[in-house]
Design a protein around this ligand. Structure first.
Ligand SMILES: NC(=O)c1ccc[n+]([C@@H]2O[C@H](COP(=O)([O-])OP(=O)(O)OC[C@H]3O[C@@H](n4cnc5c(N)ncnc54)[C@H](OP(=O)(O)O)[C@@H]3O)[C@@H](O)[C@H]2O)c1
Length: 244
């Protein structure tokens, strides 16, 4: 199957691309980002880098014809593009909102119009949000309140878009807590994260499990509309990658 990964150049994207090009279920991966998505380092023998096509997009509100062409005939899209809370403090709020919300809906609109040969199945859209994103706009979280409400609002917009898409799109939401790569970090940063996450009640999930869950949702189908951290650990943990 053909999978599109939007926001492929970042932290989660790199691990997701690594797993996707190793997955027998995936025949091609289009990695869409504002810069080139490199082939991940230290690939397993079973990986096939030829499955990966890196596509650079310079306008996520008005896709070029070249980008539109790469969206055609896709079976699934995993949407990782967003401004993370840490980066959101470095830019104007309107810009954060545009990237997190407007770009996502513009992407859905293009995907729902993209030609898809030989299938009447909806395109599977897996939207990665965050554990503390709040859909109920009357319940502002005490930490990063505006950010969490905005990401929750995007979740609702994604689900509503799919429901009104005339079966062109089926949408799912994945809500990780703090994502940790066990290969990186040290005792100081890990301790800091442990304290921080316990203060704001944010679970920690592993990078492997997040990527494996996203890939599983995209390729095998979805067990429920919204996956929380416990689901990510359960599904991701059952998908241990082969050694080679
Ligand atoms: N990391 C975590 O602990 C964590 C926890 C919970 C949820 N999440 C969610 O998981 C998703 C992926 O997170 P991540 O950690 O992989 O984030 P990341 O490393 O910052 O990557 C985000 C992606 O979005 C792109 N992006 C950011 N600003 C952009 C802009 N103005 N125009 C176009 N592209 C832009 C980045 O491009 P560049 O590479 O060029 O910057 C990158 O491809 C996000 O929705 C995030 O909120 C992450």
């Amino acid at each position: 199957m053909k999978v599109i990964v939007v926001g492929s150049s970042g932290f989660v994207g790199t691990e997701l691309i690594r797993q996707a090009i190793t997955s027998p279920a995936v025949t091609s991966v289009v990695a869409l980002a504002r810069r080139e998505t490199p082939v991940p380092e230290s690939l397993k023998d079973s990986s096939d880098a030829a499955k990966l096509t890196s596509v650079v997009c310079d306008d996520f509100l008005n896709y070029s014809d070249n980008v539109k062409q790469h969206l055609s005939n896709a079976d699934a899209c995993i949407w990782l593009m967003a401004v993370t809370p840490r980066n959101s403090s470095k830019m104007p709020w309107d810009e954060v909102r545009k990237i997190c919300s407007d770009y996502t809906i513009a992407g859905l609109e293009e995907l729902s119009k993209a030609p898809r040969n030989n299938t009447t199945k909806p395109l599977r859209f897996v939207y990665v949000s965050g554990a503390n994103a709040e859909r109920d706009q009357s319940k502002k979280p005490w930490v990063l309140g505006d950010y969490c409400l905005m990401r929750g609002e995007v979740e609702t917009r994604v689900l509503d878009f799919a429901k009104n898409s005339n079966n062109a799109i089926e949408a799912y939401i994945v809500k990780p807590g703090l994502i940790r790569d066990p290969q990186q970090g040290n005792i100081v940063t890990n301790t800091f994260h442990n304290v921080l996450t316990s203060v704001i009640s944010l679970p920690i999930v592993s990078l492997h499990d997040v990527a494996a869950t996203l890939l599983s949702q995209a390729t095998e189908g979805i067990e429920k509309e919204t996956l929380e951290c416990d689901d990510i650990t359960r599904i991701g943990g059952s998908k241990q990658s082969p050694e080679k």
